[in-house]
Design a protein around this ligand. Structure first.
Ligand code: ATP
Ligand code: MG
Length: 270
């Protein structure tokens, strides 16, 4: 008869073995939906890869996996009964449940199933040697984030994404409280959709107000990693599966993403 305890330990050992080859692990989180977590995770990963690091990107948003669309229609393969993540760049690999299920089909799983899927994404996947593994999480402080932190223990840290709107701060405070209660390090705050540049005069228009990021930075004594402009071209490129840092060269938004990646490296590797 199968000994469930044995399997559990075996699964945990596989996670341990695979994750021991990953130097740095970073989660991207936010209390609010639609603020740009996936955009930040994808562009942080591509910016790091372009700086020469070996990078992995794991989509842990089981119910709303968006990484697939943002990276184009790439798929993992199977080798020795393990998944091989999709190759996005020679030194960037990505894996998402959205690459495994038919487009438009809902994944209807409760907590325990999600927990087991997350363990397989970590332990039954050929990630190989990586400098950075970035985890894109769903909004809030639910099963996925809990499973990740329970499975891996302390990771290098968490990047929190917010908009400048004060109304989103309560949600963000809840996520920071969650990060602290899970005994994880807060790397810093990314403020997304901070402003739009007027296409005629170039003036900054702060459509969601201002100051949200700064308030949090003061309150939690953390870093403001960057203020990302709202750029209609970036939204269009995301729909076409083209990451900003690879397709909007020499633009303000691209530079902001590269600065964010540099700051994250400085904080994590210090
Ligand atoms: N700075 C930006 N400029 C233009 N469009 C953006 C920007 N940031 C995000 N978007 C767009 O806004 C939408 C939401 O972004 P994204 O999917 O990254 O948010 P999210 O926080 O991951 O959402 P969810 O909570 O559903 O996981 C996407 O269509 C994305 O392309
Ligand atoms: Mg998302």
């Amino acid at each position: 008869m199968v000994n469930p305890q044995f399997n559990l330990n075996n699964e945990q050992n596989k996670v341990k073995e695979k994750m021991s080859k990953v130097k740095h692990k970073i989660a991207v989180l936010s209390g609010k939906g639609g603020v740009g977590k996936t955009t930040v995770a994808v562009n942080l990963a591509t910016a790091l890869a372009e700086s020469g690091y070996k990078v992995g990107l794991l989509d842990l948003d089981i119910h709303g996996p968006n990484i697939v669309r943002m990276l184009g229609d790439k798929h993992p393969t199977v080798e020795d009964e393990e998944m091989v993540p999709a190759e996005i760049l020679p030194n960037l690999k990505a894996l998402s449940i959205g690459m495994l299920v038919e487009a438009g089909k809902a994944v209807i799983w409760r907590g325990p199933l999600k927990h087991s899927a997350i363990k397989q994404f970590l332990g039954d996947t050929k990630w190989g040697e990586l400098d950075y593994l970035i985890f894109d999480l769903p909004p809030g402080t639910g099963d996925e984030a809990l499973s990740l932190f329970q499975t891996l223990g302390k990771i290098d840290g968490v990047v929190i994404v917010t908009t400048p709107q004060k109304i989103s701060l309560d949600d963000v405070r809840r996520s920071i409280d969650f990060v602290h209660s899970m005994n994880q390090k807060l790397i810093g705050i990314v403020e997304n959709m901070s402003y739009v540049r007027c296409p005629k005069c170039g003036e900054k228009i702060e459509i969601f107000g201002n100051g949200g990021g700064e308030i949090l930075v003061k309150e939690y004594n953390t870093e403001l990693l960057g203020k990302i402009p709202l750029d209609p071209k970036a939204a269009q490129l995301a729909d076409e599966g083209k990451p900003i840092t690879l397709y909007l060269r020499e633009t303000e938004i691209e530079k902001v993403f590269r600065n964010i990646a540099e700051k994250v490296v400085q904080i994590v590797e210090k």
